[in-house]
Design a protein around this ligand. Structure first.
Ligand SMILES: Nc1nc2c(c(=O)[nH]1)N=C([C@H](O)[C@@H](O)CO)CN2
Length: 122
């Protein structure tokens, strides 16, 4: 399988379990890997034969700005399902980092992998 990826995508959303986190959106960093078949576009050289990464970035930012979550786990599940459902991804890896949230820790986050074939069982 081929992988289309967007790494270091900044997205704002309301997220967190503490009261102060419910007051305003925070900026998260997402690494998104999308399993796809790149051969049709590789042969045709036509944007219509692939997943447009600009559209993925815009749709994700727009969608997350309208959502709210308590946990990074819930946000990652939401993003994975969004990519499988709305962009026809065959498989996705979603890594979410919440920057600067813990002192003395470089990065905190979650990474999940989900696939269409497993139908939510993985
Ligand atoms: N496994 C997780 N642990 C924690 C989360 C989370 O989303 N997943 N979130 C928090 C708080 O919101 C934290 O970001 C604020 O310090 C704590 N632990």
């Amino acid at each position: 399988m081929d992988t289309l990826f967007l790494h270091g995508l900044k997205a704002e959303t309301l997220i967190g379990v503490y009261d102060w986190e419910r007051q305003q959106r925070q900026t998260l960093l997402l690494d998104v890997d999308i399993g796809t078949d790149a051969r049709p576009a590789g042969h045709s050289d036509n944007i219509g034969d692939t997943i447009h990464y600009g559209e993925v970035a815009e749709a994700l930012r727009h969608n997350l700005a309208q959502q709210q979550f308590l946990l990074l786990e819930a946000l990652a599940e939401h993003v994975a399902q969004f990519l499988l459902d709305d962009f026809g991804a065959l498989w996705v890896r979603v890594r979410v980092v919440k920057p600067g949230i813990l002192a003395q820790v470089r990065e905190v986050g979650i990474q999940i992998e989900r696939s269409r074939a497993a139908d939510g069982m993985d």
